[in-house]
Design a protein around this ligand. Structure first.
Ligand code: AMP
Length: 395
């Protein structure tokens, strides 16, 4: 898959209608938007299109209505917030199917915006149906995909529609591809990956793929138990399958990257926020202990390695960072990554982005991905259908 996609900056959009797929799937609490970062992340492309004199039809999914109209999943609050942030009205284009969007689009003047209703109200969106893809294509002259967070899904608005319109990557999409993809390809000097999270099974593909690209991998999270078991040590009371152990052993013995496992860990007897933490050496994990964080010695060692790295890619917390007693390792790693001002640092979305955000460190990282599932699949080396569907850049 080529990562060099035709950029929205090259599109001649003056007076044209542009269908822009963005990811406005924001978290909400009691019907109110609790974090508008995704809406903000979409703004640069939308502003560029406005300034270029395009008529702009924005579209996004929101939640999981499963092909039906669900009143609570209408985009009304999102449209209002988008309008506030853009400082101009955003019309309700209705739909997403039927005749209303066509009528609304025909009234748009250059530089004006309309927002289609939640794409997933139509079953054709997730089914990537020809009919719904064609309908979306009929609404515009040009397609711009800026929804990196949805690029791992082959849906009508991410893949199908690109068959019917000339397609371009939005600014956010381009930045994500450049930072998650090219950073490792073009890296020089010491390149490290930090990989944590809940389970080895979820991260094995990431570990395998990154081991071919980096010099050193720092391992943390729930998968530490499988690595200890693969080294012939006790992994404590966590359920570790033969498959997990074989996968961990394969990485330790692959000879690709230098895989470093913790010298000490924090354990607890219960998977519980109030369970008391016990620090133990990697050689001494009690059989009734669950590994819930990396230990203080490991944190210091990881921080030292991070401090001298030139390129850092991080996916997955080092422990159960949601619980203060088991958050110390993740926080130490986050602070070390933020403190290395000379390195290029990239965080692969999801819970790691949440963790760094909770410490107020996001702006000290070179790039924090907006895609959770999409960045994970990207780091696994998979082809993202929503990226693949876009027209390649001509060079
Ligand atoms: P992921 O989204 O796969 O990166 O996993 C993130 C989740 O992994 C977080 O919610 C953490 O609480 C959890 N996690 C991290 N370390 C551990 C651990 N040692 N045991 C269980 N869960 C963990």
């Amino acid at each position: 898959m080529s990562l060099k996609k035709r950029s929205v900056k090259e599109a001649n959009t003056r007076g044209k209608t542009v269908l822009v797929r963005v990811d406005l799937n924001v978290p909400t609490r009691d019907g109110a938007i609790s974090d508008d970062s995704r809406i903000r992340a979409a703004l640069p492309t939308l502003i560029l299109l406005k300034e270029s004199g395009a008529r702009i039809l924005v579209c996004s999914h929101f939640g999981r209505p499963d092909g039906h109209v669900v009143e609570e999943l209408r985009l009304t609050a999102v449209r209002n917030r988008l309008s506030e942030l853009l400082g101009v009205p955003v019309m309700d284009a209705g739909g997403p199917n039927g005749d209303q969007p066509t009528r609304v689009v025909s009234t748009l003047a250059p530089g004006e915006f309309a927002l289609l209703e939640n794409l997933r109200f139509d079953p054709g969106e997730e089914a990537n149906s020809v009919e719904f893809s064609r309908h979306l294509g009929s609404l515009a002259d040009i397609f711009v995909n800026d929804a990196f967070g949805a690029a791992h899904r082959a849906h009508a608005s991410t893949v199908g529609v690109a068959k019917y319109l000339p397609s371009y990557a939005g600014l956010l999409m381009q930045r994500e591809l450049e930072m998650l993809g090219n950073t490792l390809e073009d890296s020089t000097g010491a390149t490290i990956a930090i990989v944590g999270g809940a389970k080895v099974a979820d991260k094995i593909q990431v570990l395998r793929h990154l081991s071919e690209k980096v010099d050193t991998i720092l391992v943390g999270g729930g998968m530490v138990a499988a690595f200890f078991a693969a080294q012939g040590k006790s992994g404590g009371s966590a359920v570790v399958t033969e498959q997990d152990i074989t996968a961990a052993r394969g990485l330790l013995e692959s000879g690709e990257a230098n895989v470093i496992v913790p010298a000490d860990v924090v354990t607890a007897t219960e998977f519980d926020r109030n369970s008391s933490p016990t620090v133990c050496e990697s050689t001494n994990v009690p059989s009734d202990g669950l590994i819930l964080d990396i230990g203080p010695r490991c944190s210091t060692e990881y921080a030292r390695i991070i401090g001298i790295a030139d390129t850092i890619i991080w996916n997955g917390p080092m422990g159960v960072f949601e619980w203060p007693e088991f958050a110390k390792g993740s926080f130490a790693v986050a602070r070390a990554v933020a403190a290395n001002k000379t390195a290029i640092s990239v965080i692969g979305g999801g819970s790691t982005a949440e963790l760094v955000g909770s410490l107020g460190l996001s702006d000290q990282i070179t790039h924090v991905s907006t895609g959770g599932g999409a960045s994970l699949e990207f780091l696994e080396g998979k082809v993202l259908p929503g990226v693949d569907a876009l027209d390649d850049a001509t060079e």
